[in-house]
Design a protein around this ligand. Structure first.
Ligand code: MN3
Length: 202
């Protein structure tokens, strides 16, 4: 069974004015679609075919560029669309807020550190909030389409929040102003989804 481009679950213009519809459409229908198609091509006829994307990435041979770039791209964008759901965005509470307070001191400090990781990632990549077994949190960033599931990226745990800082994610609307795009991300992120991911992962 080949991987399929996930539906967004909301319209391309649903995140306006923070994320513009044109960027969302190109990002989903061209970029994410491209990663999905190329991932399928890269695993076709290999022993990776039929495995879950999580299993593929956790056991990845990092020299396998086709699966590394496109499997990462497939997984990373799927998470990204999920946590941007604009409906009933919720507010940070419960166990996740407790874990954030314990690790970072406050929600604001967590957002500050996450934003810094995203802003200072040189070139293209992602910043992550990850959860380790037992519930401990970590913020980190990875280059290109790497992610914390992959071996030896210097960043571990299961990602429950991630931001794409490739220029294709923001250039049409924000040009070189990556920090403005990162601030906008926190206006459309859905804490309910991230809390559910935390509860399932810890
Ligand atoms: Mn992208």
């Amino acid at each position: 069974m080949a991987f399929e481009l996930p539906q967004l679950g909301y319209a391309y213009d649903a995140l306006e004015p923070h994320f513009d519809a044109r960027t969302m459409e190109i990002h989903h229908s061209k970029h994410h679609n491209g990663y999905t198609t190329k991932l399928n091509a890269a695993i076709a006829g290999t022993d990776l075919e039929g495995k879950s994307i999580e299993d593929i990435l956790t056991g990845l041979d990092m020299d396998n560029g086709g699966v590394r770039n496109n499997g990462g791209g497939f997984y990373n964008h799927r998470l990204f669309w999920e946590i941007l759901n604009p409906e009933d965005r919720g507010r940070l509470s419960g166990e996740l807020l407790d874990a954030i307070n314990e690790k970072f001191g406050s929600k604001d400090t967590m957002i500050e550190q996450f934003s810094k990781a995203a802003a200072t990632r040189f070139g293209s990549g992602w910043a992550w909030l990850c959860v380790h077994k037992g519930g401990k949190l970590e913020i980190c960033s990875t280059p290109n389409q790497d992610n914390p599931l992959m071996p030896g990226v210097g960043c571990g745990g299961l990602p429950i929040m991630g931001i794409d800082v490739w220029e294709h994610a923001y250039y049409l609307n924000y040009q070189n102003r990556r920090p403005d795009y990162i601030s906008a991300f926190f206006k459309v992120v859905n804490w309910n989804v991230i809390e559910a991911k935390y509860a399932a992962a810890k």
